[in-house]
Ligand binder design. Structure first.
Ligand code: GLN
Length: 485
């Protein structure tokens, strides 16, 4: 029953009493039970808690007291702290960690009436583009189970694509909402840095991390973002600015809107079938009344190395807290205190996390700080300036989300640099702090989803959602469901 329903449709159906939250929630729980052994998109399902929340939602719906997402079943990426279940972050280090508090976005979605069916698998500590670094095993792409779903929010993307939840939260440090959304054929939005609170989000790179919504459609994301966003006293980088009603502007006409397409995006790393789908989507935007013009982001080619230096530096600092004294995993029978720290970290962190901690420690070390970290911060400013200049001229910046469609499990595992190139188009938005959205715009030659990426100026999530929604009104890529689910 839920296979063909979007979050927005479920939300409305609940309000119109077409079905109850218990029925819908049970349907998702059944699907998780039946289908997730083949996908591994969840680290845990919350059967009892979800049904209890659904019953409470049904009472509110019956008494005319429904909140914005009353009774709508969603999933949370397992990087967000929840008092329900565990908060594993895809790591052995936190495999048994139970949080004493809820992340702010978790709290807010609960206060909006959403029902949580479970928590989704992810790359360990959100480091990855393929979901292969999870301690709980790789997630499979519902469109082709030999392919990766993207990462690090690959569990959330696969769960939404396979219709195991109506929507999900993700987090995006360098593309982890948008790239898996693209590879799984769903819609995902990374908000402006500071739009959603990071409180209770296990920190990877604090100046880049941002939680956001993942769902079938832009309209669905508008509902989720409206509930998630807003100032939080517990996160000093969250911005005290009123939250838009993201659903009201969805239908706005795009006539006269200017879409800039940076020539820097169309390089040899871009797969021809991805390029074709994106060009066709740009034609669609011309038909919708937008003007499409070439622009330049001269420092864009430096985004990946800049991101790798800054994110690793921040990660090495943030992950220092996992020392065996606090937070679950601790090595057994250490010889002394230093051995306990070292063995705990050697056992508790996987290879990719260890690589990033080492790179981060290196770029922050005396003698290399100026050459790498400080230099990267300077380039970050240039990248930000490029965006500021571009947004003087254009309303949106468009391009592909990922240079290729989903690749095979294991294909890039041995080559971290090839893996990092998956983030070619996404990291710059995090470095600049601007919002970005990915939505389906076609299929590759191999029949896998392709994503279109739009970026806008600070706090113009409304425009991203409007542009994606208008496109989704005249196309049906977002409504396709993988075979076998
Ligand atoms: N894929 C990128 C990385 O490996 C981005 C991860 C993220 O956004 N959390 O760092």
């Amino acid at each position: 029953m839920v296979r063909d329903l979007s979050l927005s449709r479920i939300r409305q159906g609940l309000r119109d009493k077409e079905f109850s939250s218990r029925e819908i929630t049970q349907a998702y729980l059944d699907r998780i039970e039946q289908l997730d052994s083949g996908l591994n998109s969840f680290t845990q399902a919350f059967r009892d808690a979800a049904l209890a929340a659904a019953d409470a939602a049904d009472q509110r719906l019956a008494s005319g007291d429904a909140r914005p997402l009353e009774g709508v079943p969603i999933a949370h990426k397992d990087i967000l702290a929840t008092t329900e279940g565990r908060t594993t972050c895809g790591s052995k280090m936190l495999a048994h960690y139970c949080s004493p508090f809820d992340a702010t976005v978790v709290d807010r979605l609960a206060a909006a009436g959403a029902v949580v069916v479970g928590k989704t698998n992810m790359d360990e500590f959100a480091m990855g583009s393929s979901n292969e670094t999870s301690y709980f095993g790789p997630v499979r792409n519902p469109w082709c189970t030999d392919a990766v779903p993207g990462g690090s929010s690959g569990g959330s993307a696969a769960a939404v694509a396979a219709r195991l939840a109506a929507g999900a939260t993700g987090t995006d440090t360098g593309g982890s909402i948008r790239q898996p959304a693209a590879l799984c054929g769903i819609t995902g939005l990374k908000p402006t840095y500071g739009r959603c609170s990071r409180y209770g989000l296990v920190a990877f790179a604090s100046s880049l991390d941002q939680p956001g919504p993942m769902a079938q459609t832009a309209e669905d994301c508008a509902h989720l973002l409206g509930a998630m966003a807003g100032h939080d006293e517990r996160d000093s980088t969250s911005v005290a600015r009123p939250v838009d009603d993201y659903t009201t502007g969805l239908e706005s006409d795009l006539t006269g809107k200017v879409i800039g397409v940076p020539s820097e995006f169309f390089t040899e790393g871009l797969a021809p079938d991805v390029e074709r789908a994106v060009q066709a989507a740009l034609d669609q935007y011309r038909e919708l009344g937008a003007e499409v013009r070439e622009i330049h982001l001269p420092h864009y080619p430096y985004a990946i190395p800049t991101y790798q230096v800054i994110s690793a530096a921040e990660a090495s600092s943030n992950l220092a807290r996992f020392d065996g004294v606090r937070y679950t995993h601790r090595a057994e029978n250490p010889k002394n205190l230093v051995d306990m720290y070292e063995s705990t970290r050697a056992e508790g962190f996987g290879a990719e996390v260890q690589r990033r901690v080492m790179v981060g420690t290196f770029v922050l070390s005396a003698g290399y700080y100026d050459a790498y970290y400080l230099k990267a911060q300077k380039v970050r400013t240039r990248i930000r300036d490029d965006f500021a200049a571009a947004f003087e001229e254009v309303d949106l910046i468009a391009g592909p989300t990922s240079p290729t469609a989903a690749f095979g499990i294991g294909e890039k595992a041995a080559d971290p640099v090839a893996m990092y190139l998956s983030d070619l188009y996404t990291t710059a938005a995090n470095l600049a702090g601007v919002p970005g959205i990915s939505f389906p715009c076609g299929f590759s030659q191999g029949g896998l989803p392709v994503g279109m990426h739009l970026m806008a100026n600070f706090f113009r999530e409304d425009l991203l959602l409007n542009a994606a929604h208008r496109y989704q009104q005249v196309t049906d890529w977002h409504a396709r469901v993988p075979e076998g689910v």
